[in-house]
Design a protein around this ligand. Structure first.
Ligand SMILES: [Cu+2]
Length: 68
């Protein structure tokens, strides 16, 4: 497992944060997902042979959250 950290400034409340966590967890090759409302960061463990950070990023963007 590798860890990727994304800055997601549009996380504005705990509902955003849990929505992102739940959705990302459903993807193949994802381990722990931790999203922090205060720092507006999402920390994601992933298996590089299943999924790339680019794909994770795209998935989060499709949910309507921009990543910087
Ligand atoms: Cu919200």
């Amino acid at each position: 497992m590798e860890t990727a950290i994304f800055n997601v400034p549009s996380i504005s409340c705990s509902a955003c944060s849990s929505k992102i966590e739940e959705n990302v967890r459903e993807l193949k090759g994802i381990g722990n997902v931790y999203s922090d409302l205060k720092s507006q960061q999402v920390k994601i463990e992933y298996n590089p042979s299943d999924i790339s950070p680019q794909e994770i990023k795209k998935h989060i963007a499709q949910m309507g959250y921009e990543i910087i």
